[in-house]
Write a protein that binds this ligand. Structure first.
Ligand SMILES: Cc1cc2nc3c(=O)[nH]c(=O)nc-3n(C[C@H](O)[C@H](O)[C@H](O)COP(=O)(O)OP(=O)(O)OC[C@H]3O[C@@H](n4cnc5c(N)ncnc54)[C@H](O)[C@@H]3O)c2cc1C
Ligand SMILES: *[C@@H]1O[C@H](CO)[C@@H](O)[C@H](O)[C@H]1NC(C)=O
Ligand SMILES: *[C@@H]1O[C@H](CO)[C@@H](O)[C@H](O)[C@H]1NC(C)=O
Ligand SMILES: *[C@@H]1O[C@H](CO)[C@@H](O)[C@H](O)[C@H]1NC(C)=O
Length: 434
């Protein structure tokens, strides 16, 4: 099977890993010159950790841990309170930092390094799919023209080029792709560390629906973030205009709106002009009525971006790659891939839909507008923080709040192609769950 993957972020290289293991020949095109180092802390949750384990990459990922000690809130005088330290072990632990936390760029690089030397995997950087010439008619294959001028044919094409995939636009009618706005904007960048910085994720709620946060990374710099919920419709439009605009416009808006935010907001504003990795984002989800057409299938953010609000973007990309590759590995010689696409979607869609449910009041709750609301958050934060530091109480709470406290959120199907002989019971029961 010859597979073309568009996009080498998180989903693309993890798919390449499993496809290569099942004997496919994989070409990945990536628009950037190299694996993009951008992005902040992401967490690998639940079943995605089992997938990482199957790939043998657990130690590598722990090695790139963010060194974050936990999460704490900052009061209006700049003093930390309500600490939530990292809890080792299962993902049911109630902390906002986990030991499986890694920078997005580091994770992409780990997956890339684990696949780049495989004889059946090729990466083409600075390359895109210029057009799909035919998708399922001529000789039962996808024919594409690449940006380097080559015309190639593959058995299938996977779109994993992110939330704003241009290829998705050209392959799927607009009415089948829904963009769901979450009424929130986020801005991320990296700043120099100063002696008073610490290794916690520090979150300060400025009034007027603004958050300021600072977190450590393993490179001796600090990852800064502003988030903002608009106050009314005109304000929302102003932020959308900036999101679509250039960096100058975005900087001017931030300066106007965060200068009076308090705590370290001024330091953050001053550092924007020299930031190497400034990233301004409207929080929007992607929902498609169907993830595939003919021999073309969508994976990761392209198909179901959940927004960083859910903390699940990476885990969905990894679990999705595992299921898609697994279903493809079950195809008989010459069988149409749409059969695997259908199985991938029917197995995985219910989980995706569950993860895309952001409680509608949550963003508003954590972005207080007035002082009374902020006071309420601080009381609740302090109380919860004390509960979390009492181990027997956590295990009770986790048991009550989550059905499955050991973090097995998506029951991974088993695939013969990915099981080492000795772990496979009954020799070939490919459909039983792990
Ligand atoms: C720069 C960046 C920073 C991010 N930062 C965060 C963060 O801080 N926190 C968070 O929770 N999530 C972040 N995300 C989103 C997160 O990576 C995804 O939610 C999740 O990991 C799913 O990954 P993905 O592989 O589907 O998509 P992505 O990680 O978005 O990867 C898509 C890849 O496709 C490439 N690409 C784009 N267009 C084309 C094209 N036409 N042809 C070929 N390749 C193309 C991109 O360069 C990128 O490498 C970030 C994404 C990006 C791209
Ligand atoms: C976490 O990262 C730190 C700093 O990079 C490193 O010293 C430590 O060994 C890492 N932890 C693990 C478990 O690999
Ligand atoms: C590469 O693919 C070929 C089939 O195209 C297969 O025979 C070979 O075993 C694969 N190599 C590896 C290392 O998986
Ligand atoms: C796929 O092929 C069909 C039939 O030739 C065509 O109508 C459709 O536009 C093609 N889609 C893409 C994305 O090329």
């Amino acid at each position: 099977m010859r597979v073309l993957i568009s996009g080498a972020g998180i989903a693309g290289p993890s798919l390449a890993w499993f496809l290569a293991k099942s004997g496919a020949k994989v070409t990945t095109v990536e628009k950037a010159q190299c694996i993009l180092p951008h992005g902040q802390n992401i967490d690998i949750q639940g079943s995605a950790r089992k997938v990482i384990k199957k790939m043998g990459l657990v130690d590598e990922i722990l090695r790139f841990n963010t060194t974050e000690k936990g999460t704490q809130l900052i009061d209006p005088k700049g003093r930390p309170f309500a600490p939530f330290p990292v809890q080792k072990g299962n993902s049911g632990s109630m902390s906002f930092t986990s030991e499986f936390e890694i920078l997005r760029g580091d994770l992409a690089a780990v997956f890339y390094k684990a696949t780049r030397n495989h004889p059946n995997v090729t990466y083409l950087f600075d390359t895109t799919v210029k057009q799909v010439i035919s998708n399922d008619t001529e000789g039962q294959c996808v024919k594409v023209e690449l940006s380097n001028g080559e015309v190639q044919t593959y058995d299938l094409l996977v779109l994993s080029d992110g939330q704003w995939s241009k290829l998705r636009k050209s392959c799927f009618p607009a009415e089948t792709v829904k963009v769901v706005d979450k009424d929130m904007f986020a801005v991320y960048w990296t700043i120099p560390r100063i002696p008073t910085d610490n290794d916690w994720w520090n979150i300060y709620a400025a009034l007027g629906r603004r958050l300021v946060s600072l977190r450590p990374d393993p490179y001796g710099t600090i990852r800064a973030m502003f988030t903002r919920m608009p106050l009314n419709e005109a304000h929302r439009q102003e932020w959308f205009t900036a999101a679509r605009g250039d960096r100058k416009t975005q900087e001017a808006l931030l300066r106007k709106e965060f200068t009076d935010a308090g705590w370290q907001a001024q330091r953050l504003l001053d550092s924007i002009p020299t930031a190497p990795d400034f990233y301004f984002q409207a929080m929007q989800q992607i929902k498609m009525t169907k993830w595939s057409t003919g021999r073309i299938v969508c994976l990761g953010d392209t198909a179901y971006a959940p927004t960083p609000l859910t903390g699940m973007g990476t885990s969905l990309a990894i679990n999705g790659a595992y299921v898609l590759a697994g279903e493809l590995s079950k195809l008989e010689e010459g069988e149409h891939p749409s059969k695997a696409f259908e199985r991938y979607e029917s197995l995985f869609r219910p989980f995706v839909e569950e993860q895309q449910k952001v409680p509608s009041l949550l963003p508003g709750f954590v972005h207080p507008n007035g002082a009374g609301h902020r006071f309420l958050i601080s009381i609740m934060g302090s109380a919860l923080s004390k509960v979390v530091r009492t181990p027997w109480l956590i295990s009770r709470l986790v048991g009550i709040l989550f059905d499955d406290a050991d973090g097995d959120d998506f029951p991974l199907p088993r695939y013969k192609a990915f099981e080492d002989e000795e772990t496979m019971e009954g020799g070939g029961e490919v459909d039983s769950r792990v």
